[in-house]
Design a binder for this molecule. Sequence first.
Ligand SMILES: [Zn+2]
Length: 386
Amino acid sequence: MIIENTEMVLKSRGLCNHCLGRLFAKLGRGTNEERGRAIRFVLNMERSRRGLPPIQEPEKCELCANVFERIPELVGSMKKAASGIEFETFLVGSRFPKEVREMEEDIWREFGIETAEPINREFNRELGKAFGRATGKETSGSPDVVFIVEPYSGEIELQINPLYVYGRYRKLLRGIPQTPLPEFEDSVASIICRAFSRASGGKCVFKGAGREDVDVRMLGNGRPFIVEIKRPRRRGLDLDAIAREINASGKVEVLNLRFVSPKEAEEVLTRNHRKEYLALVRVDEGVTPEEAELVAEKLRGIEIHQRTPWRVRKARADRVRIRRVHEAEARWLDGNHFELQLVTDGGLYIKELISGDRGRTKPSVSDLLGKSAWCERLDVLNILDD
Ligand SMILES: [Zn+2]
């Protein structure tokens, strides 16, 4: 069957051994080129028995125009495209013209061939093997870089996959926004990204798992964040050295830096962590130790209905969030101040929990106290993991 089919195909199309062998790619082992050579050999023995001339490999293949002979040259172009880029693993993709793909499918249809594979699959594999041999790099399903090759024009597009680094940050000083704001010189993001950009030669994007206000410190075990480094030129980053550089800022500290997969990065950013806060509460009408204690007691375990705060209503969709206060401790300081230490669900706005935000947060410390209360100072003490 294979020999009969081959004879019919080769009588109508001049195919190289790659393109011939590829028609039977799903049968047996070895490369398509080896398959094609073997089939042609047996076919020509059969023809010789019948007193017919052999069907040799054509000068120029009608289907692929000998594109596989271009592989050494393309390997050179790929090396050039990737010069100065650090990577260990790669993948090859190719863009074949529509005419080539259609001609190939015509042959499958015309001769009822069901054992073939498409030309780009063979080409990617062979080019990948050649590039691997030439460079010592390995192919991978989640590669550092992807080469997209146009086999006939020789154009190479190099995709450099991003790097993701997980970490936790502490913000030691008030007056630093998480992401850049015009009136502030520095931000948590810019301090962290500066070090990563310098080390990687790529473009760094900072994403925090939630955020705190400019005037709020982030202490304790720090807030989780992800740094995405786009088009890194260097991937083998010394994360300890980067942490030391960031920590030398005296404003922001990072800990637990490690590389993560895109999937892990996504999970870090969507997980909703409980948080521990320390708030300084001011009561202009005056407050007694007993009142402070009573507020803390009422807050424990309570469910808070919080409409999007007035101050962020332009940036966030207006809706009511339901969040719980899990723990609350009061420490009376003087006739107008007490401290509240809270553990709450993530996503509860603490300043509004205290003030009540003109009735948008219910109940609030003001409600529970029966007097107007304000958050004078706030720290995030810890972000609690499950
Ligand atoms: Zn060919």
